[in-house]
Design a protein around this ligand. Structure first.
Ligand code: ZN
Length: 292
């Protein structure tokens, strides 16, 4: 079916108490593995491209692959733009068929962030697609943007309330103690803050830095209102390791399609495990009824 808008997908997930998995693809095969994993589980899925990946392939190639993969599949898939500060890149996504975009102006003062996010909401609403926006800077490295510990600060719930009321977002990203990349120690997730933000904004929250969070932490975040969970670092490691491992185990095999096949299967298993862990299994048809 055609790609779907993020907003009703997350509204449904939040209402039913589960989260939709969002993965950052790096090529056509990883996108295909995401759709196949979601299909095998009858689940919705969010395919989210980083700005870096769009710069590498161009808008048209990525949108073309995704439109074809989604059209051939019965499950609801969203094509989303992850963390982006560049309004021209966002415009390019809207014009080329993305069904959701993230404006990340979280490094700006609150009023400027609100104004920039408002511009994106206006553009996206005209195209009938969803928007994710962020306040508070999430710790770690995302797409070559580094947020060191001294710059990251937890989101202010009063600001979150005003931000969400004025923007009517599909997803709200907040700094709640998670981080991009692998965690060095035990992550200190601010559950009380998630609960307060959820109570004040009533907006589905996007959980960034999902890689490496313990299952109980993820379950609690979902219970408190997180309806989108981002997995990127995990995917990068499986992508590289599965390729290297295949060659180590089969040093004489130089048939590229077999190597790629091993990589595809490893990625698909990761995607299925995460979709199932976040509660997406057998939710595809309900979401379809909502977006139809
Ligand atoms: Zn992120």
């Amino acid at each position: 079916m055609p790609l779907v808008n993020l907003k009703p997908v997350l509204a449904e997930a939040k209402a039913q108490g589960y989260a939709v998995a969002a993965f950052n693809p790096v090529d056509y095969a990883s996108m295909k593995a995401m759709i196949a994993a979601a299909e095998e589980l009858n689940a919705p899925v969010i395919v989210q491209t980083s700005a870096k990946t769009i710069k590498y392939y161009g808008h048209k190639a990525l949108a073309g692959w995704m439109r074809e993969l989604a059209a051939d599949s019965p499950i609801p898939a969203v094509l989303h733009l992850d963390h982006c500060k560049d309004l021209e890149m966002i415009r390019g996504c809207i014009e080329n068929g993305w069904t959701s975009v993230m404006i990340d102006a979280s490094d700006q003062p609150f009023e400027k962030n609100l104004m920039l996010s408002h511009q994106v909401v206006d553009m996206a609403t005209a195209a009938n697609i969803g928007v994710e926006a962020e306040i508070g800077q999430i710790l770690g490295v995302e797409d070559d943007m580094v947020v060191p510990e001294e710059d990251s600060h937890l989101t202010d719930p009063a600001e979150a309330e005003r931000f969400c009321r004025e923007l009517n977002l599909a997803a709200f990203a907040a700094a709640i103690g998670t981080a991009h990349g692998y965690y060095k120690g035990e992550p200190k997730v601010a559950f009380d803050l998630i609960a307060e933000i959820n109570r004040r904004t009533k907006t589905p929250m996007a959980l960034h830095g999902g890689t490496g969070l313990p299952k109980e932490t993820i379950a609690k975040c979902i219970e408190l209102g997180c309806a989108k969970i981002n997995i990127s670092t995990n995917l990068k490691h499986v992508f590289v390791d599965s390729f290297v491992d295949y060659h180590r185990d089969n040093p004489k095999d130089y048939e590229p399609l077999r190597v790629l096949g091993a990589q595809y299967e490893a990625l698909k298993e990761l995607f299925k495990a995460k979709i199932a862990e976040f509660g997406g299994t057998n939710r595809g048809s309900e979401v379809l009824a909502r977006v139809a």
